[in-house]
Design a protein around this ligand. Sequence first.
Ligand code: SAM
Length: 278
Amino acid sequence: MRSSPLVKDILKEISSVLGPHIPRASREAQLLLMAHLECDELWLLSNQNTPLKDIDRLYEWVQRRAKNEPFEYIVNRVSFYSEEFYIAEGALIPRPETEILIDEVLKNVSDKNAEMTFAEVGVGSGIISIMLALHFPHARFIAVDISPAAIEVARINIKKFKLQERIELRLGSLLEPVLEPVDYLVSNPPYIADDAKLESNLSYEPQNALFGGSVGDEIIKELLNEVLKRNINFFTCEMGYDQKDKITNHLKEMKYGDLEFYKDLSDFDRGFTLRKKD
Ligand SMILES: C[S@@+](CC[C@H](N)C(=O)[O-])C[C@H]1O[C@@H](n2cnc3c(N)ncnc32)[C@H](O)[C@@H]1O
């Protein structure tokens, strides 16, 4: 009978399979093995000579990673704002810059006990509504997405954080399924121009989560129009690094409220808050 391979030999083998396909192959080998074993780094380092059985699923993961499938879709896990979320194909993998959107909302609402109604357009995996619901324990959320697959991923995360009572999912486009008054609208909508050339690993992500129209900012402008029509107090939205001027001009014509832009950690313009004037 063949003996079970040791941790150190498995790591070496995975690194050599991944090496020609992705950067940082030996680190990825460790991450895949840790996810497979549900162990931490310390265990991995102190168990290099431990034999392992039942590694078929791990090798299946390695084959998928060698085809550049995102790590998060393979292990069905992603971290955002120091919390762990479920993720699967059909929902966008949360990006670190979206954490800044959460911080912006926290800056704008000083009363953490406010009993307000938030709406989110494009809930995806649910990270924005869930993080805000954790920070505002008396707020209610209506979270919309046009994709049934994304709604299902959000549903799993909302259950994981036991927020079913306060976050209601609705399938539909923009604010169409929301008839009640909203105090605060948040969104990380698709904002890339339809003809933009993207890196190959983005092909695994849902295209309707990325592309926002032939210019890219069409959905943002539709949301701005809705904010004005419905007299919503606050709107915080992520955007593309080159969309600041177009959004400023769009709002100049509408004369609504105060517009403040924020940057991401690489110093690119990344989003804005529109606040209704008193
Ligand atoms: C960039 S992803 C954001 C997902 C998640 N909120 C996040 O920040 O990771 C955009 C989301 O908007 C959804 N979407 C695209 N067009 C939409 C529309 N017209 N109405 C509602 N949701 C839409 C997509 O399905 C996708 O889940």
